[in-house]
Design a protein around this ligand. Structure first.
Ligand code: NAD
Ligand code: 89Y
Length: 342
């Protein structure tokens, strides 16, 4: 079977991971690149040996024969680019955060549904192998029915040098990083009925909030705390690990720092090292995230070939995005937000 022909829009900081993963995966190849910045286009095009290069996405879509498009630009361009690709009736992947607003996210899902094309959001954190292993333990009943949980991401890592735009937006950590941890909470514990959030900014050099604490009431009865911080200076920097605590009716699960999972459950006490592999092109400490890029892109190829809806489809991601919106509203008003109002 011939490789699926993909094009990538946005050759910035993170797209390099996506291009490495596409190069490693059988079944798909990136045949064209687009970036409005000629220097990035040349640098990344040369690095990956991709000769078809465009400054304008519309020109690329008119000029190339493609099976899908991967959008790796920052959020302001997501809606126009997804809608452009939908008009060309091509399957499309869009980086997180999906959109600038929930209205935009819903419009993007509608545009792809009307065009009859699959839409996946590159919501990769739930694809990290330690997170998948936690999910397998819960689904396998290792600790019985979970009733309480915490999904925690606390770091002092300097992400602003690689991603300077993160320092300039009104919204920062919930939109950029909390979106991943909220998605993990949905993935592990199901949909959310109501959410309460508090935020603060510790770093005076940035515009948005860099600390958020959220309390989620899940539809199944579980209560979870989802907390994130880029103002937390720990003795051993955990970036970019998500730590998880779950209490179940028949035991407990802890995913601690350095990817150590301890399950005290139905089968007694077990400890596992869930350290992700270091892919040949990966660099510590990003290797956990980089492995999840490979996993989500593999999933996309399988879904396209098999005609299945991706687990992290646009439709699914609207529910995660709604949690982001609810968190900002709760932090602004001081009130608990009923998710049916978002
Ligand atoms: P970046 O600014 O380094 O790169 C974006 C690139 O897109 C730039 O080269 C820019 O010139 C290009 N671009 C923007 N609009 C364009 C348009 N309309 N047409 C063509 N090119 C355009 O940003 P980044 O740090 O690579 O982040 C990109 C996205 O990836 C963001 O949404 C970010 O949140 C996300 N991200 C995801 C993860 C993850 O783990 N999923 C990690 C880091 C960043
Ligand atoms: O942009 C963010 C993401 O998606 O993962 C980590 C990150 O790069 C910085 O918070």
């Amino acid at each position: 079977m011939a490789d699926l022909r993909g094009a990538l829009i946005g050759c910035g900081f993170f797209a390099v991971n996506q291009l490495h993963a596409w190069r490693d995966l059988p079944g798909a190849s990136i045949v064209a690149l687009c970036d409005r910045d000629p220097a990035r286009l040349a640098l990344v095009g040369d690095q990956f040996g991709i000769a078809s290069r465009y400054a304008d996405a519309a020109e690329m879509l008119a000029g190339e024969k493609l099976d899908f498009v991967d959008i790796a630009t920052t959020v302001p361009s997501h809606r126009p680019l997804v809608e452009l690709v939908a008009r060309h009736r091509l399957p499309v992947i869009c980086q997180k955060p999906f959109a600038l607003s929930i209205a935009d996210a819903r419009a993007m899902v509608a545009a792809c549904a009307e065009a009859g094309v699959p839409l996946m959001v590159h919501e990769n954190f739930r694809w990290q192998s330690p997170i998948q292993a936690v999910k397998a333990e819960i689904d396998g009943g290792a600790i019985g029915k979970p009733f309480w949980a915490r999904v925690s991401y606390r770091s002092g890592y300097d992400i602003f040098s690689g991603q300077p735009y993160l320092a300039t937006g009104e919204r920062f950590i919930i939109e950029d990083l909390g979106i991943h941890t909220l998605d993990i909470a949905r993935f592990l514990f199901g949909e959310v009925r109501s959410l309460t959030a508090r935020t603060t900014r510790v770093n005076p050099a940035i515009k948005g909030e860099d600390v958020a604490t959220m309390l989620l009431d899940h539809a199944g009865g579980l209560t979870s705390i989802v907390d994130c911080s880029y103002a937390t200076r720990l003795p051993v920097e955990p970036f970019p690990e998500t730590l998880i605590e779950i209490d179940g009716a028949e035991g407990t699960l802890r995913l601690g720092q350095s990817y150590r999972m301890v399950v005290n459950g139905r089968d007694g006490l077990r400890e596992r090292d869930l350290s992700p592999p270091l892919l040949p092109w990966a660099t510590r400490p990003w290797h956990n995230v980089q492995e999840s890029v490979l996993a989500i892109q593999r999933h996309w190829i399988e879904c396209l070939r098999g005609g299945a809806e991706p687990a992290t489809s646009g439709r699914d991601n609207v529910a995660t995005f709604a949690l982001v919106d609810a968190a900002y509203e709760s932090a602004r008003t001081g009130r608990t937000v009923d998710m049916s109002t978002i």
